[in-house]
Design a protein around this ligand. Structure first.
Ligand code: SF4
Length: 380
């Protein structure tokens, strides 16, 4: 942990382009783009960086995360230029973590070589399942064999700091099938695994076709079974959905969970800076024309009152295995932790929480009902 933590900044860049929309996805991304749109988007990203740089130049960047959408469809050359332009405007720490999200079907040797040369030292890949049947039902463009090849190429030509995403609670997924996916993913030797439950968003094609999904109890059992299996296979659970080999926690995501500042560049990107949250408009064309003509592209800007910051902090920290350090909380917010502590202690006898030495945290069993516990602790 660095001493003067406030000097450091994270940067998130949103690349909202996908080859095709997955059936379950309601993230902002557009399909049907050409090189000229991608070039104009890159130009706008660089211009937005210039707008940010004056006020934030005293910060040193220690995490850079390029997510989407599908950043790999932006192309290695544009991604490398983007990283170079960010490096011209901000100092990077020597050990900066630079992550790029990559989808298996748009990854090749050339892309990984370009990313490595650009300084990328972490790749996050959306594999989602080892079952081709489930990948098809999700509307993904890859099969598991393609994902396996992409991981091998990544290790050979870019980095072995690879994070793989997995989903559970899928149509037709059984407990055995889920654990097989977990084991198949582990056999690819990633440094980090994120596991997310499928949530059906009403506006998506998947929700429209009303699939039969595992019930809530089965989904809860799937989560707990994955926590156990990943633990047996040597992965530390350090956040409700995130597991890693020792030393491979995501520094960028840890910044979010510790309420440390980051700026978001691009359409539909979010920022948390100076106790304010901002988001940019969810419209690629509007973003490009707004940025290039000097108009504001801010969609929302909210000052986060101390009470709400406390709520956010408690919610985010209780999602991590490190939990809340009482003295750190009191130093940060200049307010006693006692009333929150009393509420959390109620969950110790049922093994949903652990308290000791001034540290309050949820157990994996508590993680699964974290929303209920957090609402109780925060009186909401
Ligand atoms: S690749 Fe990712 S962002 Fe793009 S449609 Fe699929 S889930 Fe959504």
């Amino acid at each position: 942990m660095r001493n003067n933590i406030d000097r450091y900044l994270g940067i998130y860049v949103h690349i909202p382009f996908c080859k095709r929309k997955c059936d379950y996805c309601d993230f902002y991304s557009v399909c049907g783009f050409d090189d000229s749109l991608l070039d104009r988007y890159l130009k706008a990203l660089i211009k937005q960086l210039d707008d940010y740089v004056v006020g934030n130049s005293r910060y040193t960047v220690d995490t850079l995360y390029i997510g989407g959408g599908t950043p790999s469809v932006f192309g290695g050359k544009r991604l490398a230029q983007l990283i170079k332009e960010i490096g011209k405007r901000f100092d990077f720490t020597p050990d900066i973590e630079i992550t790029v999200e990559v989808n298996p079907e748009s990854a090749d040797k050339k892309l990984f070589r370009q990313l490595k040369r650009a300084g990328v030292n972490r790749i996050s890949m959306g594999v989602q399942s080892s079952s081709d049947e489930q990948l098809l039902s999700l509307g993904r463009l890859h099969d598991f064999k393609t994902a396996e090849s992409a991981v091998l190429l990544c290790r050979e030509y870019c980095t072995d700091n690879i994070s793989l995403d997995l989903m559970y609670g899928l149509e037709g997924q059984t407990m055995d099938g889920w654990i097989r996916s977990v084991e198949d993913i582990v056999s690819l030797e990633p440094a980090h695994i994120s596991c997310y439950a499928l949530t059906l968003e009403e506006s998506t094609p998947m929700a429209q076709r009303r699939p039969v999904l595992p019930d809530d109890d089965t989904v809860a059992d799937m989560y707990l079974a994955a926590v156990d299996r990943l633990g047996e296979l040597g992965f530390e659970q350090y956040e409700i959905s995130n597991f890693c080999r020792r030393g491979y926690r995501s520094a960028h995501n840890s910044r979010y969970w510790d309420l440390r500042p980051y700026i978001g560049i691009g359409a539909a990107a979010h920022s948390f800076f100076g106790d304010k949250r901002y988001s940019t408009i969810r419209d690629v064309d509007g973003y490009i024309s707004g940025i290039l003509s000097g108009e504001s592209v801010i969609d929302e800007a909210d000052e986060i009152a101390v009470k709400n910051r406390i709520g956010e902090y408690i919610m985010l920290r209780l999602r991590t295995i490190d939990g809340i350090d009482e003295s750190d909380f009191e130093r940060r917010f200049r307010t006693p932790f006692d009333s929150y502590a009393e509420k959390l202690k109620k969950y110790v006898p049922t093994a949903h929480a652990e308290c000791g030495g001034g540290i309050y945290r949820l157990t994996p069993k508590g993680f699964f009902i974290s929303n209920t516990i957090i609402c109780d602790v925060l009186d909401i």
